[in-house]
Design a protein around this ligand. Structure first.
Ligand SMILES: Nc1ncnc2c1ncn2[C@@H]1O[C@H](COP(=O)(O)OP(=O)(O)OP(=O)(O)O)[C@@H](O)[C@H]1O
Length: 533
């Protein structure tokens, strides 16, 4: 059948409409081209005005008068100088044009390589998030990854995932640590090893959020931290992990950092601390940091099993009762500490019964710092003598009420030789240096909340106070000031925190002792505690 031509009026009308549209579009394009600079400047002026309004709103009321005065002075100066208004107009237009220029459009959606990564990740998760009898599986081979990842993912400049949110089926056993660990393992491996990942399981909405954590800064060194009596800074952690911040000197600048605060004394629920790590992980450094903080208002007694003399700089200082490296000295010192704990307990008890305040001589906190006591335990066993750890029973058991704090540091391979009392009463825990998930769990009592990395700087690790959450930790750099490898800035920082020399040492010309010296024993014997004990 022959095609009937359209009525003339219709065909010619549509042609003219089309032509009209084209003319209008061309005119609009030309107008946009001509007016483009004007549009840019207008947009820039709008943005500048918005920024000005915001700045004005952010200016405190009492400073607004000053700002107005400054602006008026500027306007007057510009008005008075030759060509001032013209130059000001040109500058404002220039600034507006710069501000209003079109930016490169923000890229949305993943590129090809990123899509391939997300798809690979999805495929790897299929065995974990699917069940054969699921009629509408969220995860299936060749399935839709966008349904489970949505748009909640981010990549870094190298195309590696830094954030990923996964929606998983409700039947996945997200309460089972092993099932979780398997999924975390897959995500960790497929997203790139060597970085620290944090996994947040939202069991209510069946969502898992994986984020890559930036390394904690290592630039905070020993200094006087702003803490209340009975509070000790173990190190610094992620900003969102703790509520509190303290001002710190970080290199040359001051800033607020998020500390891990450990409370000791009668109100503490974790009055004693255990530090574990492999050799060189920084446990001695943490001990030094604790000793310097404790010496602010307490007495310190150090027993060093390693015998490397790394606490020698403390010897003879005010408040340092002893620095013992040998077995005999350690036994004598710890025996004194046990008696002292008993004496404090009895004195506190008597005062309470008589309705008196606590006597002054039991108020000063006493810290027992034992670095590698397992070594001394071996020596004692070989010598047929008492293990020094056995003398810790009383301070561990009653230290909380008597103001005695025990800190024990040992290496992973020696943790077995820690006594039951040490393991039971050290409820504050720190793991430093590279450690496997199992090693971290063995010390903290729960798996780490992030994936431990193999390559960590000394002083980096995890901490857990009692049954609290596991926190990442970076210990402030507190090197031995007498170590030739210590930088001048760090040496000075540590020396600045050291209390003055005790009178007995001041009389002598030598400033330091590296071994258990008679000075310390004298000091112990001279204390009223021993006299009574
Ligand atoms: N928090 C830290 N910041 C900077 N450097 C640190 C930190 N902790 C430790 N170091 C450095 O790492 C090295 C080993 O530290 P440290 O002696 O404290 O470890 P350790 O676990 O006691 O090892 P070892 O048992 O072998 O003595 C030292 O050179 C020390 O200065």
């Amino acid at each position: 059948m022959a095609r009937r031509p359209l009525p003339r009026i219709l065909s010619s009308g549509s042609a003219s409409i089309t032509r009209g549209r084209e003319i209008a579009r061309t005119a609009a394009d030309n107008a946009t081209d001509v007016l483009h600079p004007l549009i840019t400047v207008t947009r820039g002026l709008r943005l500048l005005a918005g920024a000005g309004r915001q700045k004005w709103a952010a200016t405190p009321r009492e400073r607004r008068g000053h700002v107005l005065f400054l602006v008026a002075a500027c306007v007057l100066t510009v008005a008075l100088i030759p060509y001032g208004p013209l130059l000001a107009l040109i500058s404002v237009m220039g600034a507006a044009a710069w501000r209003g220029r079109e930016r490169t459009p923000v890229r949305t959606g993943p590129d090809e390589a990123e899509t391939a990564r997300l798809r690979a990740l999805y495929e790897a998760l299929v065995p974990h998030f699917s069940a054969p009898d699921d009629p509408g599986p969220l995860f299936s081979h060749g399935g839709d990854w966008e349904k489970v990842f949505g748009t909640s993912y981010a990549f870094d400049g190298n195309g590696r995932l830094t954030r990923l949110q996964v929606t998983y089926p409700a039947y996945f056993t997200d309460g089972d640590p092993e099932s979780r660990a398997r999924v975390e393992q897959v995500l960790h491996a497929k997203s790139g090893r060597g970085r620290e990942y944090h996994f947040a399981w939202d069991e209510e909405s069946n969502q898992l959020l994986m984020t890559v954590l930036a390394a904690l800064p290592t630039s905070i060194a020993a200094q006087r931290f702003v803490t209340a009596p009975g509070e000790t800074v173990l190190g610094f952690t992620d900003a969102d992990a703790v509520q509190r911040t303290v001002p710190v000197q970080d290199g040359d600048t001051g800033r607020d950092a998020s500390p891990v605060i450990w409370r000791t004394g009668s109100r503490s629920t974790e009055p004693h601390l255990l530090i574990a790590g492999h050799p060189g992980s920084g446990s001695t450094t943490l001990m030094r940091s604790l000793a310097l903080q404790a010496l602010r208002d307490g007495d310190v007694l150090v027993v060093e099993g390693g015998g490397t003399g790394e606490y020698g700089f403390l010897a003879g200082r005010d408040g340092v009762l002893a620095v013992e490296c040998g077995l005999a000295g350690a036994l004598a010192t710890l025996e004194w500490a046990a008696h002292e704990t008993e004496r404090r307990l009895i004195a506190a008890n008597r005062a309470r019964q008589a309705g008196h305040p606590e006597p002054e001589d039991i108020k000063r906190p006493l810290w027992l710092l034992l670095d590698r006591p397992s070594v001394l335990g071996h020596l004692a066993a070989a010598d047929g003598r008492q293990d020094p750890q056995e003398l810790l029973q009383v301070p561990l058991r009653h230290g909380r009420a008597a103001g005695v704090t025990v800190v024990v540091a040992d290496q992973f391979d020696s943790l077995d030789s820690l006594t039951e009392a040490v393991r039971t009463h050290t409820r504050a825990r720190v793991v430093l240096g590279p450690a496997t998930r199992e090693e971290v769990e063995a010390v903290l009592g729960t798996e780490p909340h992030t994936t431990p990395t193999a390559d960590v700087p000394p002083g980096r690790g995890y901490t857990r106070l009692g049954t609290g959450p596991v926190l990442r930790l970076q210990v402030p750099a507190t090197p031995d000031p007498y170590d030739p490898a210590t930088s001048e800035a760090h040496r000075q920082a540590v020396l600045d925190l050291l209390p003055g020399a005790a009178p007995a040492v001041r009389e002598r010309s030598e400033p330091r002792a590296t071994e258990a010296s008679p000075v310390h024993t004298d000091k112990l014997v001279a204390t009223p505690a021993v006299a009574e004990g």
